[in-house]
Design a protein around this ligand. Structure first.
Ligand code: G
Ligand code: G
Ligand code: NA
Ligand code: MN
Length: 253
């Protein structure tokens, strides 16, 4: 079996596991939700990072069952948190190919029905490049997802090339500022200026802003001064399995 064949098997055997990274509101430090990040616990190769197998799956129809698996697992975890009294929104990354698939909205609806989780607890993160692959079609599918009450974020914002003309017409709710600007903004004034401009652009368009890749306290404080709404990064918490995160949730409550 090649890696792709093994991946196909891995979806059924439970070798794909989700880690979750908290998203924290600024400046109050309230936990808003988590981003689900998939990992492949391969019996021989060890942990295979998503940067290796997601691009592989994205070039094939396998990305559909893979994304379905991730959405299902994330919503099951969300349901468990809700049952424990933790009101956490869960964000899942989706691929360009998911967004171009006629069946994607139905796949999401079925996963919501299986989990019994209300749609507004689900967030989908889509990169700029996935949207720009076919902006008209992306707008239509994102519109249907938004109508269901799902929160939509543009991931890695600023790193791609979303035209502002498209941005103002997209039915999205959040901009996630690319971590290439965020992680060095405390020491690099031009990156701080870019982050500030994206926060203002987002707010002017009625979108909330999320900074990813927050790695130190200076960056956290600067983001607060710039009016950024939410932060995510190693400074706050690394992506971890849900059982490990439980202790972190208790420690910040
Ligand atoms: O978690 P990590 O930094 O290794 O993730 C690397 C990349 O893989 C990121 O761009 C992230 O968005 C992507 N990724 C992680 N999990 C998923 C997933 O479930 N689906 C998709 N499409 N991408 C994912
Ligand atoms: O492309 P996407 O934004 O989905 O990527 C999320 C990835 O970023 C995850 O794989 C996660 O492991 C990684 N990540 C999360 N926080 C930080 C951080 O503070 N610094 C860096 N360098 N990477 C981070
Ligand atoms: Na993401
Ligand atoms: Mn991102």
């Amino acid at each position: 079996l090649g890696l792709l064949g093994e991946l196909k098997r891995a979806i059924d055997t439970g070798e794909l596991v989700l880690h979750y990274q908290p998203k924290v509101g600024l400046p109050g430090e309230d936990v808003r939700g988590v981003e689900a990040l998939v990992r492949w616990e391969h019996p021989q190769r060890g942990t295979v990072p998503p940067a290796v197998f997601i691009p592989l799956a994205e070039r094939t129809p396998l990305i559909r069952p893979l994304t379905r698996y991730v959405i299902d697992a994330a919503l099951q975890q969300c349901a468990q948190w809700l049952a424990e009294g933790r009101s956490l929104h869960v964000a899942v990354n989706i691929s360009a190919r998911n967004l171009l698939d006629e069946r994607f909205v139905d796949d999401v609806l079925e996963a919501l029905a299986r989990s019994q989780v209300p749609a507004h607890f689900l967030e989908l993160e889509v990169t700029e490049s996935a949207i720009m692959a076919d902006p008209t079609r992306a707008r239509a599918i994102l519109g249907r997802l938004a109508d269901l009450g799902i929160t939509l974020s543009i991931d890695d914002f600023g790193a791609g090339y979303t035209s502002l003309a498209h941005l103002k017409d997209l039915p999205v709710h959040r901009l996630k500022i690319d971590r290439s600007f965020v992680s060095s903004m405390a020491t690099d004034p031009s990156n701080a200026l870019i982050v500030r401009s994206i926060v203002e652009l987002g707010h002017n368009l009625g979108l909330s802003t999320v900074a990813e890749g927050v790695e130190d306290q200076d960056t956290w404080e600067l983001l607060g001064r710039l009016g950024c709404d939410v932060a995510q990064g190693y400074h706050l918490c690394r992506p971890q399995p849900a059982d490990v995160l439980a202790a972190w949730f208790d420690s910040v409550q």
